[in-house]
Each structure stands twice: as structure tokens, then as C-alpha cells.
Design a protein around this ligand. Sequence first.
Ligand code: 48F
Length: 261
Amino acid sequence: SIKVKQVDEVKISKYILRYTFQDWENIVESDVVIVGAGPSGMTAAYYLAKAGLKTVVFERRLSFGGGIGGGAMLFHKIVIESPADEVLKEMNIRLTKVEDGVYIVDSAEFMAKLATAAIDAGAKILHGVTVDDVIFRENPLRVAGVAVEWTATQMAGLHVDPLFISAKAVVDATGHDAEVISVAARKIPELNIVIPGEKSAYSEIAEELTVENTGMVAPGLYATGMAVTEVRGLPRMGPIFGAMVLSGKRVAEIIIKDLRY
Ligand code: 48F
């Protein structure tokens, strides 16, 4: 018979609490906070962590991948175009070539391996946590971190104050709603952030425009992925994901440069 190590309930609880709080104490002072574990956020996390930056991803849900899992109308294939295939190949994600520079990928493999790549590079991904505000500082005016709350607390509508996490860079990778940039625009008018909102689909041009417009929105605050289309008034592109990956890579490169890392 298999001898299974016996661990009592008290020990189980103590180990979980001890190591959880060790992580949280470390995370409260991060280099980079990424909000959202979708394709753009996890790609950014991969490159930032790989460069040695202390990177944490807060994800509202209990899953990885954001819009990857839903694919297009729940179909489990996603289109990727060059040069994003190079990033996926680096993560051992298998691609099927459908024409020159155009590939098909399985959504489950894309989600799982992208998350694995980010975690293996050293990024911390925490689930069930919602970012509902930012921290700011004056002289110079900048975003200096985020406020976090349990998603469950928010859903229950309980009156609970958040915890604060400091960061040298905050990345809005929340997708179509650009939630973090929206709250900063509303609550810190001095940042002069104007959000025109996303346009209807025009896939051919939307991909490149999204990557090109990726970057800083205000000091300390960056946009990647569909948050870029919302904040810059660009068209959407639907279930082609090359720009999400390339935008994640680009925001990481910009932050690495800005932090002179
Ligand atoms: O929506 P999502 O996948 O964003 P993305 O990286 O990619 C967009 C594509 O999936 C697709 C598309 C491409 O053509 O149109 O929509 O821009 O991932 C965003 C993640 O952020 C989480 C959300 O649950 C999702 O997993 N999220 C959103 N708001 C918050 C958040 C928040 N306030 N706090 C924490 N997580």
C-alpha cells in the first residue's frame, strides 16, 4: 500500500497562512503591477519578470487567459499572425500554419502555456483579486500603485477598505473596459486622461494600431491589449490575437526602458 504522509488540519492552515503572508508582504512593494491575466497582461508579465523586475499580476477571476478561453463564439481556435508566432514558439505553444504568416492555435494550450511561461519567468499571478483604484503622488504627479480588494468582497457588496500595493509602473491589461485607466481618469483629473472609447471592428488595421499605440498613458500608468483600443479610440479586431501578444511584449520593453532596468 502507499504510505501517505499524515498532516493535521492545524498544520495545513498554518502553512498556508505563513507562506501566503510572506508572499503578500513581498508583493506590497512591487516593481510592476499588471492588472489582468489575459493574453496581453501575461505576455507583459513574462518579459518583465524575465528582465528581473518584481512583477505581480492581479486577476479578478479564478482562471488564466481572459478572453482566450472564450475564443470566438466559444470555438476553441484562435488566429495568430506574424511576428507574434515567434513569441508563442518561444513558449513552446504549437501553431498550425494556415497561410504565410498566419497561424491557428488551440485556446487551452495558449492559455496554459502562456501562464506557465509567465510564472516560470518569475511573475507572481494572484487570482480572485480585483484592482479598483490607484495610488497617486504629486511632485512629480504620477500613479504609484493600486488598491486591491477580493473579488468576492466586491460581489457581496460589503463595505471593506482595500489594501494598497506600491509599484514603479502599473499596467492596465484589463481588456475592453480599461478599468484602471478609467478610474484614474475619473479620480485624478490632473492626469488629463481623455478616453475616446473603442471603435467597431476593422481587424486589418486594428492589430498594428494597437501595438503602435501601446505604452504610457500617464506617468507610472501604462496600457496594453484591448485597453489600448479603448484609451486611444482604435477599432477592435475580434478573435485574432497577435496584437495582444505583441502589445504585451511592447509594454514590457517600454517599462524596462523607462525604469532604466
Ligand atoms: O479581456 P482580456 O483577455 O484582455 P486583453 O489581454 O485581451 C483581449 C482579448 O482577450 C480579446 C480581444 C482580442 O482581439 O478582443 O478580448 O486585452 O483579459 C483581461 C483580464 O483582466 C481581468 C479580467 O478578468 C480578464 O481576465 N480584469 C478586468 N478588470 C480587472 C481584472 C480588475 N479591475 N482587476 C483585476 N482583474
